[in-house]
Design a protein. Sequence first.
Length: 264
Amino acid sequence: MNPLDDSRYLCRLGVNVDHVATIRQNRGTIYPDPVASAMAAESAGAHQITVHLREDRRHIQERDVDILRKTVQTRLNLEMAATPEMIRIACRIKPDQATLVPERRQELTTEGGLNVAGRISNFRSAVRRLAGSGITVSMFIEADRRQIEASAQTGAYAVELHTGRYASARGRRESVREFDHVGGAARDARASGLRVFAGHGLHYQNTRPVAEIPEIEELNIGHSVVARAMFVGFETAVKEMLEQLRRHPTPQTPAPFPPTYKAG
């Protein structure tokens, strides 16, 4: 069975292994190896490996991406800023997909989506260069119609909707409101001719409702999987997340929160 066309799941799972590299870089050792974790994720059934090569190289290193390009058997998704240096690196390495993301050196993690609407011509140029190297381009944006329309104007193939507001919502009312924003944006993006992905802040208790949004084809999840792997191992952690994406989860699967969410 082609793992990229697997009807058992509501959408594809991209596993982000950045935080394996974070642990390595914290001590300046050669372990743990994000490449080894990527191999374990693929062995467990992940459909894609995602890494973010930051300008300050705080976790993933260029060497990691070089090795991953040679070893990943599914798809390699490179998250990157739309800077000349990163575009040059991407065009050399040629990941299957490049996800353009905002980047600030002082942030702990990506804190929001791109302002595509404010820099359409710049992003159009970046998309053209990447696509010219055979790389599929996705724009990481907020669930906002203005940014969706701007992303479509750049010529991008897809948008990845930032789910951080949904993931950090407090209380049921706020959760429902943010979830509805994601669902509405997914429909708007698909109507604009864009493929729809999502990610950020998703974990084992909040992922399934997002996966059930019909327009969403791919979720990229990292921190929660790496954290879970500390207790159960990497392959098991990935398999447990895949179970949240299964069309008909096994009876042993914990009910996702909130259980009353419905797509649409």
